[in-house]
Design a protein. Structure first.
Length: 191
């Protein structure tokens, strides 16, 4: 079992600070909730401290400062953590390239991503997919309106991520992601 020491505690405080003003898409839920879920999932699937720290910070560079934030993460938590954060980012550019282009690039990148990055990505997509399923149960397909990919793009992306991560993440995590994506597809088809 990995020991989570002072670096992890520092990363937890840093993530809460960096994302303090951010909420989950279309909700009042503090964004740190997502980071805690993703971190819990990676820890449940054998992550070491570096991967757990990267899970806490996986959106920091993409959403909160780009290359400068990535440099700060590297200075504070090391090159392995920064590398995983970079691998989990679909872009550090501002403004961001078009949505479909970013997602296709990210999917292609997953083929050569490190084990740690695949684990964080799988946990991230699982938590996001669970949230989408919950929203679909409450709101129906209007839940897709908050996503740049919309209804069709979102379904395409999660099916493609599921395929890209097959054999790249622990089997139990992949099975849970598969079940959640299937539930998303089923709920979307009912509308």
């Amino acid at each position: 079992m990995p020991r989570l020491g002072p670096r992890f505690q520092d990363a937890l405080a840093f993530a809460a600070e960096v994302h303090a003003a951010q909420s989950r898409k279309g909700t009042p839920i503090p964004y740190v909730s997502h980071l805690l879920h993703v971190t819990g999932i990676v820890l449940e699937h054998g992550a070491d401290e570096d991967v757990a720290i990267a899970a806490l910070l996986h959106d920091a560079a993409e959403d909160q400062g780009g290359h400068e934030m990535l440099a700060e993460i590297e200075a504070r938590f090391g090159s392995r953590v920064a590398g995983i954060v970079l691998e989990c980012s679909d872009t550090l550019d501002d403004p961001k390239p078009p949505w479909r282009e970013r997602k296709e690039h990210y999917l292609a990148h997953l083929e050569s991503a490190t084990e740690g990055a695949c684990l964080v990505s799988g946990a991230d997509k699982l938590h996001n997919a669970r949230t989408i399923v919950d929203d679909l149960r409450r709101e129906g397909t209007p839940a897709f309106a908050k996503f740049k990919g919309g209804h069709e793009g979102t379904l395409w992306y999660y099916a493609a991520v599921l395929e890209a991560l097959e054999g790249r993440i622990p089997a139990a995590l992949h099975a849970e992601l598969r079940r959640t994506v299937a539930a998303m597809q089923e709920l979307a088809a009912r509308a």
